[in-house]
Write a protein that binds this ligand. Structure first.
Ligand SMILES: NC(=O)c1ccc[n+]([C@@H]2O[C@H](COP(=O)([O-])OP(=O)(O)OC[C@H]3O[C@@H](n4cnc5c(N)ncnc54)[C@H](O)[C@@H]3O)[C@@H](O)[C@H]2O)c1
Length: 253
């Protein structure tokens, strides 16, 4: 039986961090599969480019510059969606930051900033969008975590801690919103976006590929297709789960 908590072509989905990288890939993938996309990011002009490309695939798209670490901005953005599109079916919590620095060289401010965007931001967007899903009697949330949630990550304790928080948050939120709204987590491995390329040279990436059984780094569409699966009818009996999309680089026990 297909549950009501499955994406239909008439539904609208919010994607955060949609200006570039995985979020852009997710938006493009969903553009042909749902009626409305609400795309949020802090980068206005690349966000408009994503929107334009999604519209070319037939989706109705609303964009807004929203910092997901700022509660008031999310509140205003959610009110704007309600006025224009009504309740949304889905949320893809994807926006994230990863400033590389060791624990001993880091600062309280940087730790708080990473946790604010990568974890508090996911909580705020879910807290403000889930009531509409519950009212509508259906919905799905997909959080983008990372393999860093499961392993030590030099120069990234703040990031790894935030992503472990995302995996844990996914489980509790899934329990609290079941059976109406499903909540799952996709954990990418090394993927071909600005985030790793800012910190890694081409040589670093070639070296990292040696440890990826599938012999390449991930592409945005690798992650986007799994996000689409979690939102869709084939995942109608799946909630509270995390899956790695990492070419086999990290295998959980
Ligand atoms: N690329 C990888 O190798 C990799 C691996 C594991 C997990 N991830 C996760 O995937 C997600 C997407 O990463 P990516 O590689 O596409 O990174 P990216 O840096 O290319 O894109 C991230 C997007 O999020 C936006 N963003 C940042 N802070 C924001 C905020 N406060 N509010 C709204 N938008 C904000 C950025 O402007 C950008 O458009 C992140 O959560 C990241 O941690 C990425």
């Amino acid at each position: 039986m297909v549950s009501r908590s499955s994406l239909l072509s008439t539904d609208a989905v919010v994607v955060t961090g949609a200006a570039q990288g995985l979020g852009r890939g997710i938006a493009l993938h969903l553009a042909g599969r749902c009626a409305g996309l609400i795309l949020w990011d802090v980068l206005a002009s690349p966000l408009e480019k994503t929107a334009e490309d999604c519209r070319a695939r037939g989706a109705r798209v609303l964009t807004r510059v929203v910092d997901i670490g700022e509660e008031k901005q999310i509140h205003t953005a959610v009110e704007a969606i309600s006025a224009e599109l009504g309740d949304v079916f889905g949320l893809v919590n994807n926006a994230g930051i990863f400033p590389r620095i060791s624990v001993l060289n880091s600062t309280t401010e940087l730790w708080e900033k990473v946790l604010r965007v990568n974890l508090l931001g996911y909580y705020l967007t879910a807290r403000m969008l889930a009531p509409g899903m519950l009212r509508a009697g259906r919905g799905a949330i997909v959080n983008v975590g990372s393999t860093a949630a499961f392993r030590g990550h030099p120069q990234g304790a703040h990031y790894a801690a935030s992503k472990a928080g995302v995996v844990s948050f996914t489980k509790t939120l899934a329990l609290e919103l079941a059976p109406t709204v499903r909540v799952n987590c996709v954990n990418p491995g090394l993927s071909d976006t600005a985030q790793p390329r800012i910190a890694m040279s081409e040589d670093d990436i070639c070296e990292a590929i040696q440890n990826i059984p599938m012999g390449r780094i991930g592409q945005p569409d690798d992650v986007a297709r799994v996000v689409g699966f979690f939102l869709g009818p084939d995942a109608s009996f799946i909630t509270g789960q995390s899956i790695g999309v990492n070419g086999g680089a990290w295998m959980m026990p």
